[in-house]
Design a binder for this molecule. Structure first.
Ligand code: URP
Ligand code: ZN
Ligand code: ZN
Length: 469
C-alpha cells in the first residue's frame, strides 16, 4: 500500500487544534509535522478542512432481529452509510438466543458481518440466558475474543428482559474480569401494565408508545441498574439515555465516584415528543425506545454532554422502513399499523451523527469543537477498549480520518442518504458541516459523493477492557 500524505489540514482531536501534515504508512499514522516532504506518497490537500479521528459509533443494529421484525440495513448498507457520515468504527450487537452459548452467538454474528462490513467493527453481546455454563464463558469472551461489554435489558418482558437476580449475577462475573455492562434501563414490567391498559381502552395509535413509557420508569430502572452495578462492582453504561430524571441518577452516582456512564443519541437532542402528534401512522417513524421526551429533557441532555455527565453520543441506529414494499413487512413499521405495541422499535441515524452534532452542538454554541471529537470518537474508543488504535490522531494509531468541511451546508434527505431505510427523521433539515473524505486505515473510502470502500474491507476489532475511563 502506498504512503499517503494529508497536507495542510486543521487537525482537531479531543485536546488538540493545529495545522499540520499527516503521513500514513501501512494504514497507520507514521508522522505528524508542520511540513512533511514525502514525494512518493499519494497526497491529499486538506487546506481549509478539519481533520478529525474517524467517528466511533458504539450503538448500532445492522440486520438485527427484534421480536418478529428485523432491521432493514445489512452490514453492507449500514456500514457504507456509517462511512458517509464519517464513522469508521461501529460496535454492533450479537444477540444470544435462549439456550445458545454466548461464544456461538459471537461466532455466528462475526460470520454475518465479516464478508459485508466496509468499516471496522466490534460487538457487544446481548445476554438473554445466563445459566451457569454461559457465565463461565464470559472470561474468555473478554480476554480472548475481545468482547469486553455485555448488554442486558430491563425492558421488553418475554422477549429480551432479564430479572434483577440474573442481571446482578452477570454483573459480578463481568466486573470481576474487566468488562462493563451496558443496560437498557426501563421498567419493563410496569410499562407492560400501561401498554395493556392502553390497548384495552382501544388506544392503538403510535403516540401511545410514548405515553406508556414514562420518563420516571426510565429513571427508576437507571437507578436500579446503577445500584446493582455498585454492589456487583462493575462499570455500568446506560444506553440511549433520554430522560432528565434518568440523567439525575447518573450524576448522583458519578458524584459518589462510581464508574457509571451514559450515552445519549441525536434523536433525543434534536427531536421531541411533539412528533407523536403527526397525523395518521406517520408518528410510527418516531417509535423508538425510550421515546422522544420534552424540551426540558433536551436541555438537560445538552448540558450533560457539555459537563461530562454524559460521555458519549451514539446513534442507536435501528432502522425499519416505513413502507413494507421495499424489504417486506417484517422490516417495516407497518407491522404495528393496528397496534402500537407491534411497531418495531427503533430509528435510523448512523450517517447523521457527526453532521447533526457538529451543527447543533458546535455551530449552535452548546459544545466546543474538541468536545465534539471527544463525544463522537475519542470517548467511545476509550470507553470500549479501542483507544489509542481508534479515536486518536497520534503516531501509531490507525489512520482512520475524516476530512470535514465546517462551512458547507447540507440538506438532510432520504434521497441522498446511503442507508436502506426509506425515510429520514430529519427530512429537509439544513445543517452546516459536511464530511468530504473518509480514510479507513489509510484507504480513501469516501470521496465527496463517491463510494470507494470495499464490501468486507472492514475488520473485526478485538477490544481491551471496557469502562476504564
Ligand atoms: O428502539 C430501540 N432503541 N430499538 C433498538 C433496541 C434497543 O433497545 O436498543
Ligand atoms: Zn436498548
Ligand atoms: Zn439499541
Amino acid at each position: 500500500m502506498d504512503d499517503v500524505l494529508i497536507s495542510g489540514g486543521r487537525i482537531v482531536t479531543a485536546v488538540d487544534d493545529y495545522v499540520a501534515d499527516i503521513l500514513i504508512s501501512n494504514g497507520k499514522i507514521e508522522t505528524i509535522g508542520r511540513v512533511i516532504e514525502a514525494p512518493s506518497a499519494q497526497r491529499y490537500d486538506a487546506t481549509g478542512l478539519l481533520v478529525m479521528p474517524g467517528g466511533v459509533d458504539v450503538h448500532t443494529h445492522m440486520e438485527f432481529p427484534l421480536g418478529e421484525a428485523q432491521t432493514c440495513d445489512t452490514f453492507e448498507s449500514g456500514t457504507r452509510s456509517a462511512a458517509f457520515g464519517g464513522t469508521t468504527t461501529i460496535i454492533d450487537f450479537a444477540l444470544q438466543k435462549q439456550g445458545e452459548s454466548a461464544k456461538l452467538t459471537l461466532e455466528q454474528r462475526l460470520a454475518v458481518a465479516e464478508p459485508q462490513a466496509s468499516v471496522d467493527y466490534g460487538f457487544h453481546i446481548i445476554l438473554t440466558d445466563v445459566r451457569p455454563e454461559v457465565l463461565t464463558e464470559l472470561p474468555d469472551l473478554i480476554d480472548i475474543e475481545g468482547v469486553s461489554s455485555f448488554k442486558m435489558f430491563m425492558a421488553y418482558p418475554g422477549v429480551l428482559m432479564m430479572n434483577d437476580a440474573d442481571i446482578f449475577k452477570t454483573m459480578r462475573v463481568v466486573g470481576h474480569h474487566g468488562g462493563m455492562v451496558n443496560v437498557h434501563a426501563e421498567n419493563g414490567g410496569v410499562i407492560q401494565v400501561l401498554i395493556e391498559e392502553a390497548l384495552a381502552q382501544g388506544n392503538t395509535s403510535p403516540k401511545y408508545h410514548a405515553l406508556t413509557r414514562p420518563a420516571i420508569m426510565e429513571a427508576e430502572a437507571s437507578h436500579r441498574a446503577i445500584r446493582l452495578a455498585e454492589l456487583a462492582e462493575v462499570p455500568v453504561y446506560l444506553v440511549h439515555l433520554s430522560a432528565k430524571e434518568a440523567l439525575e441518577s447518573v450524576v448522583e452516582a458519578r458524584d459518589r465516584g462510581l464508574p457509571a456512564f451514559a450515552e445519549t443519541c441525536p434523536h433525543y437532542l434534536f427531536l421531541n415528543s411533539d412528533e407523536y402528534e403527526r397525523p395518521g401512522f406517520e408518528a410510527a417513524k418516531y417509535v423508538m425506545t425510550p421515546p422522544l421526551r420534552d424540551h426540558q429533557c433536551q436541555h438537560a441532555l445538552w448540558r450533560g454532554l457539555k459537563f461530562d455527565d454524559l460521555q458519549i453520543v451514539s446513534t442507536d441506529h435501528c432502522p425499519f422502513c416505513f413502507n413494507e414494499n421495499l424489504y417486506g413487512l417484517n422490516r417495516s413499521k407497518q407491522l404495528g399499523r393496528d397496534n402500537f405495541e407491534k411497531i418495531p422499535n427503533g430509528a435510523p441515524g448512523v450517517e447523521l451523527r457527526l453532521p447533526l452534532i457538529f451543527d447543533g452542538g458546535v455551530k449552535g454554541g452548546k459544545i466546543s469543537l474538541n468536545r465534539f471529537v471527544q463525544l463522537t470518537s475519542t470517548a467511545p474508543a476509550k470507553m470500549f477498549g479501542l483507544f489509542p488504535r481508534k479515536g486518536a490522531i497520534a503516531i501509531g494509531s490507525d489512520a482512520d480520518l475524516v476530512l470535514f468541511d465546517p462551512d458547507k451546508p447540507h440538506t438532510i434527505s432520504v434521497s441522498s442518504h446511503h442507508s436502506n431505510v426509506d425515510y429520514s427523521l430529519y427530512e429537509g433539515r439544513c445543517v452546516i458541516g459536511k464530511v468530504e473524505k473518509v480514510f479507513l486505515r489509510g484507504e480513501l473510502i469516501v470521496d465527496g459523493d463517491h463510494w470507494l470502500g470495499r464490501k468486507g474491507g472492514g475488520t473485526y476489532q478485538k477490544r481491551s477492557a471496557s469502562g476504564v475511563f
